[in-house]
Structures are given as structure tokens and as C-alpha cells.
Design a protein around this ligand. Structure first.
Ligand code: HMG
Ligand code: MG
Length: 296
């Protein structure tokens, strides 16, 4: 049976804005985050402590963390020791580490092979866990890679198994370039739920081929009750050519509510959050619910 309640992890301020051509002012980001909180979002990726040379849009990470009211669970992405150190100094409590199943992607994204990344992350993750920080492991290119093509699901599971053995709280398993189909979504998430029953399992879909909602419906049937999504459908990874935004929070929330699945998110207030950032991003907001509300 389908979950009765779903947790949305809003990734708009991070995944949504990291690839944005325009420089979005810090105050606009803070207003966007505040309005998302007001709409009922309880878990959010706020920003990333990454190299400003690699991802200039996240260079205000410290100000974002400092100035955001501490409501619910707020993640920051951290690729390495330096990122974790800076994030701790800013007062972050929940950390997202990220690695690609595909070596080629991982090299382009964090300048290390997957194995090098895992060797580097192990002591860092174990320390965070021992300090009682919440750790989320983001698994990129879990289905397909823009460089290597189809990914062997056994490799994805193996990477997840390592993170689980280090004690992470959550696995966020990602279709980085929006290429997975609902059959693949069901098969992988059914297996993840079965193999890691003690770990929170989250699905992260990009909507490049407009299969995001269908992939969520498939994952719901596998029992997944946590989804990453981005208000306004913003997003994309600068090192994953061909990928577009995340599946849109307003479309996911609407679908779930129509199915009598609770999210605790208010759709009208969510649209107001999208409105607050829309004038500052370089592309039009073209999600189903946003266009529908605006055409009224
Ligand atoms: P590197 O060049 O190999 O790093 O980059 P390095 O260790 O050689 O250091 C080079 C410089 O960067 C040094 O500064 C360091 O201090 C600095 P310099 O001496 O030249 O002035 N540096 C840092 N500065 C700030 N914060 C840090 C940091 N680390 C080093 N944490 C590095 C390696 C990992 C830093 C770089 O590759 C990087 O920042 N990559 C981030 C890529 C990224 O943010 N990608 C998007 C997020 S992942 C994603 O979107 C996928 C996801 O949504 C799921 C999905 O859809 O698949 C999560
Ligand atoms: Mg992503």
C-alpha cells in the first residue's frame, strides 16, 4: 500500500540555484528560503560549502546558514574536510555528502575517482556520525551517467552499503540527468528499501524527460516516503551536461494531495515562494501547477 504521508526535502535553494546563470542575491535566496519555511517545508538543502571557483552561486553559504531561522532539518552539502569545517563554523548540524556511482562523473564533479572519494569520506562521515550530526549520503548517477551511460544497479547498491556501514542516517539516491524510467525506479527503490530497512531512503529525480512524477509514483509503490524536489522545477548539476531541473515541488505536492497523501505543505504559499525567486532566475518557470495558478 502507498504511504499516507510523505516528507518533501526541498532542494531549490541548493540544487535549484547552483547552476543558475544569473547571480541571485543573498537576500533573495533568504527570502525564498523563508517563504518555503512558511509554506510548511520541514527539511531543506540550504546551500553547499564547495569551492567558489567550481560553483560560484554557492559562495554565500556562510551567510545563508547564519541568517536562516533554525526550523526543521537544514542540510548543507559538503564535499570534503574543508567544506565540513566551514559548515560547522557556520553552525550547520545536518550534512549531505555526495558521490557519483560513475567514476567519470565523480571526477568531473569533485575531481576524484569514486574510490578516492569514498576513502576520503569514510573518516569524515564516521566522525560526523559519532558527533551525532545527521548525515545524508547523496548518490549521484545511480541509474545513468552522462558520460558512462547505463549504471549497473549492483554498483549503486554497493556504494549505498558502504555508507550504511559507516552509519549514515539517510541515502538520497539520484537520477542525476533525468533518464530513469518508472520501471527502473521501482526496481531500484524496492531493492533499496529491502536491503537497508533501518536507513531513510529518499528519491531524487531530475525531470529532463518529464518522467519525474511517474518515477515518484513508481517509488511510492516501493514504499519510498521521502522525495527531494525543487520549487519552480529549478536545478541541475553544472557537471552533468544535458540535465535539467529537479522535479517541481508544486507538482509533486499537488499529485500527492490529489492522491490523499499528506505533505504538510501549503500549495498557495509554495507558489508565493516560487514567485519570490522567479524574477531573479534566467529561465521561465514552466511547471504544471505554477502555470495553472498564474493563468487564473
Ligand atoms: P579541487 O580543485 O580538486 O580542490 O576541487 P583542492 O582540494 O585541490 O583545492 C583547490 C582550492 O579549492 C583551494 O583553494 C581550496 O582551499 C579550495 P586555493 O588554495 O586554490 O585558493 N577548496 C574549497 N573552498 C571552499 N569550500 C570547500 C573547498 N575545498 C577546497 N569545500 C572540490 C575539489 C571538491 C573542492 C571541487 O571539485 C568542488 O567544489 N566541487 C563541487 C561540485 C558541486 O558542488 N557539484 C554540485 C553538487 S552535487 C549535485 O548537484 C548532485 C546532487 O544534486 C544529486 C544528483 O542530482 O545527482 C546532489
Ligand atoms: Mg541533483
Amino acid at each position: 500500500s502507498l504511504p499516507k504521508k510523505v516528507t518533501i526535502i526541498e532542494v531549490g535553494p541548493r540544487d535549484g540555484l547552483q547552476n543558475e546563470k544569473n547571480e541571485v542575491p543573498t537576500e533573495v535566496k533568504l527570502d525564498f528560503i523563508g517563504k518555503l519555511q512558511k509554506a510548511g517545508v520541514k527539511e531543506m538543502e540550504l546551500t553547499s560549502f564547495v569551492s567558489p571557483k567550481w560553483v560560484p552561486q554557492m559562495k554565500d553559504a556562510k551567510d545563508i546558514v547564519n541568517s536562516t531561522p533554525k526550523v526543521g532539518r537544514q542540510f548543507v552539502l559538503t564535499p570534503n574536510e574543508k567544506g565540513i569545517e566551514l559548515a560547522k563554523q557556520a553552525g550547520a548540524k545536518s550534512f549531505a555528502v555526495f558521490v557519483g556511482v560513475s567514476n567519470t562523473f565523480n571526477k568531473k564533479n569533485i575531481n576524484k575517482t569514486t574510490e578516492e572519494s569514498m576513502i576520503g569520506l569514510k573518516p569524515l562521515v564516521e566522525l560526523l556520525v559519532s558527533e551525532d550530526h545527521f548525515v545524508r549520503a547523496c548518490i549521484s548517477t545511480a541509474f545513468y551517467c552522462p558520460y558512462e551511460g547505463l549504471i549497473d544497479p549492483n554498483k549503486t547498491i554497493e556504494l549505498c552499503r558502504q555508507f550504511v556501514s559507516w552509519g549514515v542516517n539517510e541515502l538520497s539516491v539520484a537520477d542525476t540527468i533525468g533518464m530513469a524510467n518508472p520501471k527502473e525506479s521501482y526496481v531500484l527503490f524496492e531493492r533499496l528499501k529491502r536491503e537497508f530497512p533501518e536507513t531513510l531512503i529518499t528519491a531524487h529525480f531530475h525531470d529532463t524527460r518529464k518522467m519525474g512524477l511517474a518515477n515518484i509514483f513508481a517509488a511510492l509503490q516501493a514504499g519510498v516516503d521521502r522525495y527531494d524536489s525543487s520549487a519552480g522545477g529549478l536545478g541541475g548539476c553544472p557537471f552533468a551536461p544535458g540535465a535539467t531541473g529537479n522535479v517541481a515541488t508544486e507538482d509533486v505536492v499537488n499529485m500527492l494531495h490529489q492522491m490523499d497523501i499528506e505533505t504538510d505543505i501549503n500549495l498557495d504559499l509554495l507558489i508565493e515562494a516560487v514567485d519570490s525567486v522567479a524574477p531573479f532566475v534566467s529561465r521561465p518557470i514552466e511547471t504544471g501547477m505554477y502555470k495553472l495558478v498564474k493563468s487564473k
